[in-house]
Design a protein around this ligand. Structure first.
Ligand code: SF4
Length: 243
């Protein structure tokens, strides 16, 4: 594949993240994540989407909606076997049922049922509270902070790693918090920007920058991408981690 010849990106590394975000925004526009009727539904979705696809989560959310169970009060009061049956489409349903009821119970007992209050205050403190709950890892915590509580906490997922390794801004060895810090130090502290950027990264991963096949000629960041500059059009497991 031959790409158009473009001048090398001359911006400093910390400017490249914003530059790439602008290109993605020009290409995809605003994507208005996260699709949910309430912040608590976002938090439930963030737990349900662990280790599964969003399509499977939608089935589980639909079941919870039909049972009017998407509030801390209703969810905490559900018999666990009923909750497990409702969220079964999302996989790992026993673990996830326990995590959901633990979150709901914690909100009720310590935060008067308010997810907004739980996520308020200094960002690091709110994040530490989330991470202290069983089964809430960094990606889930940041998804809840960003998409449920509108806090500027960047979400790093497998798509982020894949795309930014290919672009050349990640080497592949970085840990979650290191990547998150790189993004947050390079971008304005803006929850709406983080929201859109993560959504646009996911969109790019599903359209052009797929796991086993790249469509670099159609990609809005091909001029910034090391992989595209090498002129490859497909990906081998030897070149990239299995993300
Ligand atoms: S140019 Fe190709 S490898 Fe680079 S981000 Fe776009 S699709 Fe992925």
């Amino acid at each position: 594949m031959t790409l158009r010849t473009q001048p090398e990106m001359s911006t400093l590394p910390n400017q490249q993240y914003l530059h790439i975000q602008r290109r993605l925004h020009d290409h995809f526009g605003s994507l208005h994540w996260w699709p949910a009727d309430s912040p608590f539904e976002v938090a439930v979705g963030a737990i349900l989407t662990q280790n599964t696809t969003w399509t499977n989560v939608e089935w589980a959310i639909c079941n919870l909606k039909q049972a009017e169970a998407l509030s801390p009060e209703r969810l905490a009061a559900l018999p666990v076997n009923q909750l497990e049956a409702m969220i079964r489409p999302s996989g790992f349903y026993r673990q996830k049922a326990a995590r959901l009821q633990n979150l709901a119970t914690h909100l009720l007992e310590d935060w008067q049922g308010s997810l907004a209050d739980f996520c308020a205050g200094p960002l690091n403190d709110a994040r530490a509270r989330l991470l202290a709950l069983p089964g809430i890892g960094p990606e889930t915590a940041d998804s809840i902070l960003l998409y449920a509580a509108d806090r500027p906490s960047f979400v790093v997922d497998a798509y982020t790693r894949r795309i930014f390794e290919r672009i050349g801004l990640l080497q592949g060895q970085e840990k979650y918090d290191e990547i998150r810090r790189m993004f947050m130090q390079s971008l304005p502290e803006d929850a709406n920007l983080y929201n859109e950027f993560h959504a646009q990264i996911v969109q790019l991963a599903k359209t052009c920058c797929r796991k086993n096949k790249t469509l670099c000629a159609d990609c809005p960041v091909n001029r910034e991408c090391s992989f595209a500059k090498r002129g490859s059009s497909s990906v081998t497991q030897r070149e990239f981690r299995n993300t």
